[in-house]
Design a protein around this ligand. Structure first.
Ligand code: C2E
Ligand code: MG
Ligand code: MG
Ligand code: MG
Length: 289
């Protein structure tokens, strides 16, 4: 093998590339078909206020369920949908579905109007020239109050082109919706941009929460991010909270909100409606003190 001719190696690479290209085309076709056949759905993960355990919102998370197969998580297809651009169509469907769902809960009297719906926006979606219009259109068509919507973007989306980003974020926040930075701490964001941008919430990434009680560095980072958020008058939410030790740490250091398996995974809309109507989480996670 090592003594293979240049030509042989070339063929080898071409074959590898075409295999990848083929796989890419197959996945793209499968995703397009999945859109047409309505194989996507959303699950809703509760977000709670640490001070009193109240549900303050849900994050809408995309799922792909091909008939007769296991559910496919977003990490396995969003990257590809980003590359092909199909994420724009999928993302608009997500936004519409999430907004309609929230309004349906509000109309059914299940949902006080301070409960918010968070929706993830990918980089490709964010950079669409008509993205701001799309959000405006979906809000008005669904009659979802803008103040009930939170759009989550990552640090890399912001830092990719900070000057144009600030205009887009200003336009979005002029509707009255809120903006959150997702996976905060895993990318590079300049603190000066953070201060200038109309960001309401920092979501500290779950990689810092995971070992909070055994890794002194993580504990210090989390404390620093909470302090930073509060110094800038921003809301802070901890992602990936899985146990009461993590929750106690966060509460002790003044973190505002939490989201994670300790309170519940993403649940289908019927289950979320049941949780809302009981006004409590399915798990005896935290109670008002
Ligand atoms: P994300 O926005 O940071 O969402 C949080 C992810 O962490 C979700 O994974 C959630 O199920 C998972 N998670 C929540 N709590 C815990 C916990 O306590 N422990 C652990 N181990 N995991 C937890 P999911 O649903 O697989 O989504 C993965 C990523 O895919 C999301 O990360 C987001 O970046 C992306 N994504 C999901 N839905 C959409 C969507 O509709 N549009 C776009 N553009 N991206 C989406
Ligand atoms: Mg998110
Ligand atoms: Mg996140
Ligand atoms: Mg993430």
């Amino acid at each position: 093998q090592a003594k293979q001719s240049g030509k042989g190696r070339y063929t080898f690479y071409v074959n590898e590339m075409s295999k990848d290209a083929l796989q890419f085309l197959r996945m793209d076709a499968a995703l397009r078909r999945a859109m047409e056949r309505k194989e996507f759905h959303l699950v809703y993960q509760p977000q709670v206020s640490i001070a009193d355990g109240r549900i303050i919102g849900f994050e809408a998370l995309l799922r792909w369920q091909p008939p007769g197969e296991a559910v496919i998580p977003p990490d396995q297809f969003i990257g590809l949908a980003e590359e092909t651009g199909l994420i724009v169509q999928i993302g608009e469907w997500v936004l519409q579905t999430a907004c309609h769902q929230l309004v349906a809960w509000q109309r059914a009297g299940l949902c006080p109007d301070d409960i918010k719906m968070s929706v993830n926006l990918s980089a490709t979606q964010f950079r669409q020239a008509d993205m701001v219009d799309t959000v405006r259109r979906v809000l008005s068509a669904s009659k979802c109050p803008a103040r009930c919507l939170v759009l989550e973007i990552t640090e890399s989306v912001i830092m990719d082109s900070p000057e144009s980003t600030v205009e887009i974020l200003n336009a979005l926040s002029s509707f009255g919706l809120q903006l959150a930075i997702d996976d905060f701490g895993t990318g590079y964001s300049s603190l000066s941009y953070l201060k200038r941008f109309p960001i309401h919430t920092l979501k500290i990434d779950r990689s810092f929460i995971r070992d909070i009680s055994i890794d002194g560095n993580d504990a210090e980072i989390v404390k620093a991010v909470i302090a930073l958020a509060h110094a800038m008058n921003r809301n802070i939410i901890a992602e990936g909270v899985e146990d009461s030790v993590q929750l106690d740490f966060l509460r002790h250091h003044g973190c505002d909100q939490a989201q994670g398996f300790y309170f519940g995974q993403g649940i289908v809309h019927e289950e979320a409606a049941a949780v809302l109507s009981r006004q409590q989480l399915p798990f005896p996670a935290i109670r008002a003190a």
